[in-house]
Design a protein around this ligand. Structure first.
Ligand code: ATP
Length: 136
């Protein structure tokens, strides 16, 4: 018997990052991780900066989302994020540079530095590095 699937769309202002039929996904909700199976009840939630794990047939792939919204309805999951990349697309050198830049800003004690912004940039960079490490 064919496995039940659901549609997953991940969209940013720049592009459609993903549009796929998937079996299961785990999303980084701001209140904690959320597992979504096909035929899930309608839901709208905000997302944290984090890694979305997606199961399709026998494999799992990962997508970094940098916060945004997720809507689940009619067997369709739509993620609207300011930025998102599949783990394989991540430029590790760029993420390392972003991490170092954010760490320098946080350590500088410069009153001009926007700490919330630097912390968010650091979290994005660390999440990207983690997702890139998990690509086999
Ligand atoms: P940077 O300082 O390197 O730009 P950032 O966290 O400020 O990092 P974002 O604002 O989250 O970057 O993303 C801007 C765009 O660049 C998005 O399209 C995002 O997908 C892409 N992007 C950012 N970092 C990477 C990376 N390491 N690898 C691939 N794409 C990236």
């Amino acid at each position: 018997m064919a496995e039940k699937t659901q549609r997953l769309e991940i969209v940013t202002p720049e592009r459609v990052v993903l549009s796929d039929e998937v079996r299961f996904l785990v999303a980084p909700g701001t209140e904690g991780e959320l597992g979504i199976l096909p035929e899930h009840a309608p839901l709208i939630t905000t997302l944290d900066i984090g890694i979305m794990r997606v199961q399709k047939e026998n494999r799992t792939y990962r997508v970094v989302v940098t916060g945004g919204f997720m809507e689940v309805r009619n067997n369709r999951v739509v993620v609207l994020a300011s930025a998102a990349e599949r783990a394989e697309e991540i430029d590790v050198e760029r993420a390392r540079a972003a991490k170092e830049r954010a760490e320098r800003r946080l350590a500088s004690r410069d009153p001009e530095v926007d700490l919330v912004r630097a912390e968010a940039a650091l979290k994005r960079a660390l999440t990207r590095l983690k997702a890139a490490e998990q690509v086999h």
